[in-house]
Design a protein around this ligand. Sequence first.
Ligand SMILES: [Zn+2]
Length: 215
Amino acid sequence: MGANRHMSVDSRGRYTPEAMGEAMPGSEGPTGSRSHNLLSTRRASLMQEPVLVLNATYEPINVTAVRRAMVLMLKGVAQAEEMHNAEVHSAAHAHRVPSVIRLLAYRHIPQQSRALSRKNILLRDRNTCQFCVRVFPSSELTLDHVVPRSRGGRSTWENLVACCYRCNNSKGDRTPEEAGLKLARRPRPFTLHTSRQLMRLIGHRDERWRKYLFY
Ligand SMILES: [Zn+2]
């Protein structure tokens, strides 16, 4: 169990299963209370370990937590493809803990399944100010309209970037060129491709994920 795996964007701007979630299989809905009780465990941190979720076609589509993954398995929605070396115990049984699960029915994933939101922009930009290229906690970042709203710049994936307050102040109501700032990279919509890059970031320490993510 990696003690340094967290379940939200932490102060160093790393991304985690919870942050990956939203409208993707494996992360929606509350867990059923029956399953939840069955899986009650003292090893709460193990239950929060990230689990890679594959589509029925073995395509990686999401990251969820052990607890949620085991509920999906109990419901017959998913099966384990790779296991952890750990177990959790309910009253009567020991359950092996999955590291990778696969949905049994194919789930169509829309090309762009992420809502335009502050959280998702920060996630896409990996909590990195797109002008000074430094990583900040979410609370120290704002969203910058690359082309300012006063110039007709719109609130779109392509015109919004994560920006620290310092850069935001020095840019003011100007375009990056006018302010002598350069974008780290061209902002793009958050797609499954982006999600997969984040899955790799989360999963690079787990060898059992590699064959699904690095190809
Ligand atoms: Zn900055």
